[in-house]
Design a protein around this ligand. Structure first.
Ligand SMILES: NC(=O)c1ccc[n+]([C@@H]2O[C@H](COP(=O)([O-])OP(=O)(O)OC[C@H]3O[C@@H](n4cnc5c(N)ncnc54)[C@H](O)[C@@H]3O)[C@@H](O)[C@H]2O)c1
Length: 252
């Protein structure tokens, strides 16, 4: 019987989720990676790093119970859920079809709830507490054009974090969030263009230091904060979302 702590990370075929799987595995957790994409590269990266991981091809909108069952079947238990799966595509609210708007909310908000519910049920049944970490965004508390679907979903996630923290505290399940600013991942590609490489981004966010640290984050700089919230050094934080944005939201 495997006795390592076990994490389920959604959307870990790529970007922040993949870096999180690696960071948690380095901390000794066995990691179940759940993604709609093939995640065998992420599993191989964890194995190459000396860690334990497996993957399930699954959609957070429909397969939450299957993801949790896969983690328990592969590694014997579940201690940590990282709700990371997400999508961004621009939407003009004047012309958008409601279904396109709703797709982002279905994946990032309802998907996070389904996974939190399935994971919390498993954690409560184990009776040894647990951690749920929701990947939010600075977009949760800032406005932006063409982003009403994304920002609404992220705002709702922050409120879910607070409410689940209160409701699950009697079960010793800590619920927190991490809100990145700009991160160097495939999500920065909008219509085939990496927004971090545009003239506008460099002039405004870097040269004029709209991001005080004058660069986007690397995925592991977000993953390290998730790993802290998942780990033994975090014992008395619950219901909060830690902003990891290089100072972006501390200035104007
Ligand atoms: N990149 C940024 O600048 C940034 C900033 C703030 C917050 N975030 C958030 O970080 C999280 C990770 O984003 P990323 O930048 O690593 O993007 P990414 O595109 O590299 O990774 C997202 C992953 O989620 C998976 N996914 C999408 N829909 C899914 C579904 N229905 N079920 C399961 N998996 C699904 C994708 O296949 C992909 O592997 C997202 O929640 C995103 O909103 C990203």
């Amino acid at each position: 019987m495997n006795t390592a702590r076990v994490a389920l990370v959604t959307g870990a075929a790529s970007g922040i989720g993949r870096a999180t799987a690696l960071a948690l595995a380095r901390d000794g957790l066995a990691v179940m990676i759940a993604d709609v994409q093939d995640a065998s590269d992420s599993v191989a990266a964890v194995h190459a790093d000396g860690g334990q991981a497996a993957a399930i091809r699954a959609d957070v909108r429909h397969d939450a119970a299957a993801m949790v069952a896969a983690a328990v079947q592969a590694f014997g238990r579940l201690d940590v859920l990282v709700n990371n799966a997400g999508v961004f595509y621009p939407i003009d609210m004047l012309t958008a079809a409601f279904e396109e708007w709703r797709r982002a909310v279905d994946i990032m908000y309802f998907g996070a709830f389904h996974c939190a519910q399935a994971a919390a049920r498993a954690m409560v049944a184990q009776g040894q507490g647990g951690r749920i970490i929701n990947i939010s965004s600075v977009n949760a508390f800032l406005g932006a054009p063409l982003s009403s679907h994304y920002n609404s979903a992220k705002g709702a996630i922050d409120q879910l974090t607070r409410c689940l923290a209160v409701e699950l505290a009697p079960h010793h399940i800590l619920v927190n969030g991490v809100a990145p600013g700009f991160v160097e991942t495939p999500m920065a590609l909008v219509n085939g263009v990496n927004e971090h490489e545009t003239e506008e981004f460099r002039a405004f966010y870097v040269a004029r230091r709209r991001i005080p640290l004058a660069r986007p984050a690397e995925p592991d700089e977000i993953a390290d904060v998730v790993a802290f919230l998942a780990g033994p050094r975090c014992r008395y934080i619950t219901g909060h979302t830690i902003v990891v944005d290089g100072g972006l939201s501390a200035t104007f």
